[in-house]
Ligand binder design. Structure first.
Ligand SMILES: C[S@@+](CC[C@H](N)C(=O)[O-])C[C@H]1O[C@@H](n2cnc3c(N)ncnc32)[C@H](O)[C@@H]1O
Length: 310
């Protein structure tokens, strides 16, 4: 999609005009940060020196994988602004102290609970960030600069992004790179020469790659698919997976191995039925987003991990 069309679409979204670019309206907007425990489920993958195909317009799946030593990354997402947001976050991490990075991008419950950031997205206050962004990707630099010249940071943050944002304490826990100062600076070193391949695509229509990957991350996109679509997607992805490689096939909030399916829930929550698609699908649990919020290990989220046997 040419950058000029992206700028036009972004302006329409920021102005609140109803525009239907993708065939999945709700995913046109960017996620400011991941709202699932990425750090929790990446533990089930072997990323160091390995390759990854991932969705994730927040760029957090990508950046957390980099923190874990992954360098060969392809980002496929239906959201058209994913690449521009990755380069903005990358330039922020490379040039800003962690505190300033958070000051630019956190919004809800920032700086304190029940408050909202009064001055989000104030990119012009950070010339080093803008310089770096220009070096990283001139088109991304021009995209963000043209938006910040025309709209307030608050309008951009409210209308170009979803309002699915966990509070700062939770977000820091969910993302490897914001967990601590040292993790942030470690990620800075690893991120320097990372240039993922980006594709704007609906993964249920087409998987536009010829190659194979060691890891594939679908975040919670399968929540929005029927059982049959999930089975079909897995079948189409398996040829793109190396032997021994793994797929995070689905993410479930508030779920563990004992959860009993209720028929009004999305198909992905029907654990026995999803596992019946393939004997190589396992359910794995870890501290859930609500568990992080309430500091309770017993509140779990879960993912399905498919492993292609050697
Ligand atoms: C389902 S969303 C939810 C956000 C997620 N919980 C997180 O923490 O990042 C995950 C990502 O999948 C993308 N997505 C959703 N459906 C898709 C599809 N059919 N093809 C490609 N990307 C898709 C969204 O744009 C978003 O970036």
């Amino acid at each position: 999609m040419p950058i000029i069309e992206k700028e036009e679409l972004a302006s329409n979204l920021i102005n609140g005009r109803y525009i239907h670019y993708t065939d999945c309206y709700s995913f046109q907007r960017l996620y400011p940060f991941c709202n699932e425990n990425v750090s929790g489920y990446l533990d089930f993958l072997d990323l160091d020196g390995k390759s990854l195909l991932t969705v994730g317009s927040s760029a957090d799946q990508t950046i957390c994988a980099v923190t874990r030593g992954c360098r060969d990354i392809t980002v496929l997402d239906i959201c058209p602004f994913t690449e521009e947001y990755f380069y903005l976050k990358k330039s922020g991490i490379l040039t800003l102290p962690k505190e300033d990075f958070e000051r630019v991008l956190f919004y809800d419950d920032y700086p304190r609970t029940f408050k909202q950031n009064k001055d989000p997205f104030a990119l012009e206050k950070y010339p080093r960030l803008l310089q770096q962004l220009k070096k990283e990707s001139e088109s991304s630099h021009n995209f963000w600069l043209s938006l910040t010249k025309s709209y307030s940071g608050e309008m951009i943050r409210k209308n170009l992004f979803t309002n699915d944002e966990e509070n700062p304490k939770v977000t820091r826990y969910l993302t490897d790179y914001l967990k601590s100062e040292s993790a942030y600076y470690e990620t800075r070193k690893k991120l320097k020469d990372i240039r993922p391949t980006f594709m704007i695509e609906n993964i249920t229509h087409r998987i536009p790659v010829e190659r194979k990957f060691d890891n594939i991350v679908l975040s919670n996109l399968t929540t929005y698919l029927s059982h049959e679509q999930i089975a079909e997607l897995l079948k189409n992805l398996i040829p793109h997976l190396e032997e021994g490689g793994r797929i995070i096939l689905g993410y479930m909030y508030r779920t563990n191995e004992f959860s009993i399916y209720c028929k009004e829930w999305d198909d992905i929550y029907n654990i026995e039925r999803i596992k019946s698609i393939d004997p190589n699908i396992e359910l794995k649990t870890f501290r859930g987003v609500k568990g992080v919020l309430h500091d309770m290990d017993s509140m779990k989220d879960a993912v399905y991990v498919y492993q292609k046997k050697k």
